[in-house]
Design a protein around this ligand. Sequence first.
Ligand code: P61
Length: 469
Amino acid sequence: MRFPAEPFRIKVVEPLRRVDREEREKLIREAGLNIFAVPADSIYVDLLTDSGTSAMSDRQWAGLMVGDESYAGSRNFFHFESTVREIFGYRHVIPTHQGRMAENLLFSTVLKAGDTVPNNIHFDTTRANIEHQSAEAVDLVIDEGLDPTVIHPFKGNLDPQKLDRVLGELGKGRVPLVMITVTNNSGGGQPVSLANIRAVREVCTRHGVPLFFDACRFAENCWFIKEREPGQSERSILEIAREMFSYGDGCTMSAKKDGLVNIGGFLALNNAEWAERITNLLILVEGFPTYGGLAGRDLEGMAIGLREVLDEDYLCFRIGQVTHLGDLLDQAGVPIVKPVGGHAVYLDARRFLPNVPQPQYPGQALVVALYREFGIRAVEVGSLMFAHRDPRTGQMVYPRLELVRLAIPRRVYTTEHIRYVAESVIALYRERERLRGMRITYEAPVLRHFTARLEELNESETAHTVQKT
Ligand code: P61
């Protein structure tokens, strides 16, 4: 149960406001039972996301002071560019304000209507940016990656046979690129092995299709490779990362994760013609190519963060802290996705609340209860986020997984916070019969989970709703 203690000490603290249950009840009701609408300073432990929530180091804060805010050719850009080239190995480095802008620039440049982009599992912004080009995003993760009970060291792997079939059917004319997301966020933060990346590369080469990484959590992925893949334990994280990216032609990156910054991202690639077209678009919508929607100081923070994230003491603690939370829950019988991924523990809401059917949003019921009872913010990754009406049949389609994500910000919470979370979830599990399903009272036409409003069902409505769906 032990894991390495924090490899840092605390120099600046951010006080947390403790809000009592009565006020939390009022706040979550006013929020329409939607955790996105609860003010963050009314939350004790905020596990909504690991994105943009990292604590920067003293070196990064010092880096902000040497920000060069020149419009063109800032020294911080050159530091950032050389860092990205050294770790990722791609020639053209295009800064963006966050990951989805890198995706938008890439897809609006290289996709045409009717194209297809395979991935292990597309993250929602990636899928949305592909669909925005009237193209199709297909998920080809190995079957094990879709079953929350199967133990597999690399559940994020992309199935090379499924990929071969898709590329064989569509050909490179319809598939401008293949992507691999490391780690596979939508599949539980599960890693992808080097062997799998090599196999995917081989299929891509055979079909003449470029391979890109969605590299948000690349260092965490490399840590798993070092820990789990035969022959990798003696290599440095940098060596593993360089080999991993050498099989690709480029990457999109949200530096809000493994860049250890609060804002920032980039696109890096080898194709000069794509890079030129993307840069022209960047100037139109984001900024000059040496700042890309960021301040010089942000580029400096990213350059430093991208190196710090390769530190093995840091990664050992980081992954250890997430695993520790998973172990505490697992030992108490709480159903979670196993093995535990790199940045988050996912509760399996179907098994947690077997009495609440998917059309009644069991994941959201857990999220609301965690806030109301304990002041913890988690996020639903299930039917509220993904269920949709099939335009052909008119029937509701529900996602296979109904999860609640407890994402751990980097270097922010102590082990005592983690224990508090574990004890709270375990207490809720013991009381699970008391939780009820919900119904939506308002929803937006796209990405409804951000702004939806819900209400709780009573006992008789529960039966009625089940019959109706
Ligand atoms: C997250 F609910 N992730 O996991 P950007 N690729 C991948 C990501 O995980 C990712 C992006 C691209 C977030 C933030 C988030 O609807 C949501 O810098 C694998 O956020 O643009 C982001 O990077 C996009 C959560 C984003 C959401 C959108 O919490």
